[in-house]
Design a protein around this ligand. Structure first.
Ligand code: MG
Ligand code: MG
Length: 248
């Protein structure tokens, strides 16, 4: 179900989103070779709680941590551990915060030190795909316009597109309708309306599309072992277009 939000609700989501944006800005600076991913998670949970918010992912369907941390060939839903980041890794950090009953959900992918040029290009292009999709989230357009915006950017660079996982409505619940796939046909799907609040989250692979889930039941990896990048913002659709809610 697509739950339309009032202006007041959107402002509550922006407050939650700001906590997420600030958390990610802090974590970005902590991403250096040698840091344990559990240290990132501890810092994030501490910061989120200090703002009076709660880490949304912790305990969600049994998820064990406040952050999803996915390194290199891990696509999404990896979790923090004693693993130390190494020069040349890429790390996707996905963060959710709940404040006064409303949720913000956002993710960034960061290079650890210096990455290979083709990996840096993947990261930059995935972020570009996110912003292309955000620009397509206008009232009167259709959901397929948003999906196609991601696909178009991905295909121009011949990147794999993760099809099994997608963006989603967000608000009081972490996952509301509609699903927002990262591929689609322009001019198709539900009409985009002012009051929609959705998380748009391209996941692009340097290799093929195919992914699988590791034996831990959570971590999604590329089947060919190629690196994968992931960016996400929660946005509100307004008459003026997309309004990004997960800024610091
Ligand atoms: Mg997320
Ligand atoms: Mg999400």
């Amino acid at each position: 179900m697509i739950v339309l939000k009032t202006k007041a609700e959107i402002e509550k989501m922006r407050a939650a989103g700001k906590v997420v944006g600030q958390t990610l800005a802090m974590l970005r600076k902590m991403v250096v070779p040698g840091v344990k991913t559990s240290a990132l998670n501890e810092a994030a949970e501490r910061f989120i709680r200090k703002q009076g918010a709660a880490p949304t992912f912790k305990g969600y369907h049994g998820f064990p941590a406040g952050l999803c941390i996915s390194i290199n060939e891990q696509v999404v839903h990896g979790f923090p551990s004693a693993r130390r980041l190494q020069e040349g890794d890429i790390i996707s950090i996905d963060c959710g915060a709940t404040l006064n009953g409303y949720i913000g959900d956002s993710a960034i992918t960061v290079c650890v030190g210096q990455c290979a040029p083709e990996v840096m290009a993947l990261v930059e292009t995935t972020e570009k795909a996110l912003y292309a999709a955000i620009a397509a989230a206008k009232p009167g357009g259709r959901l397929g316009d948003i999906s196609y915006a991601v696909e178009e950017v991905a295909l121009a660079s011949r990147y794999g597109i993760v099809r099994e996982y997608c963006g989603h409505g967000v608000g009081r619940d972490l996952h509301e309708g509609p699903q927002v796939p990262n591929f689609g046909t322009p001019g198709t799907g539900p009409q985009i309306r002012s009051g929609w609040t959705i998380a748009i989250e391209p996941m692009l692979n340097l290799g093929g599309d195919a992914v699988s889930v590791l034996g831990d039941g959570w971590t999604v990896v590329t089947q060919d072992g190629s690196p994968s990048a992931h960016f996400e913002h929660s946005i509100a659709v307004t008459e003026a277009g997309a309004d990004i809610l997960t800024l610091p």
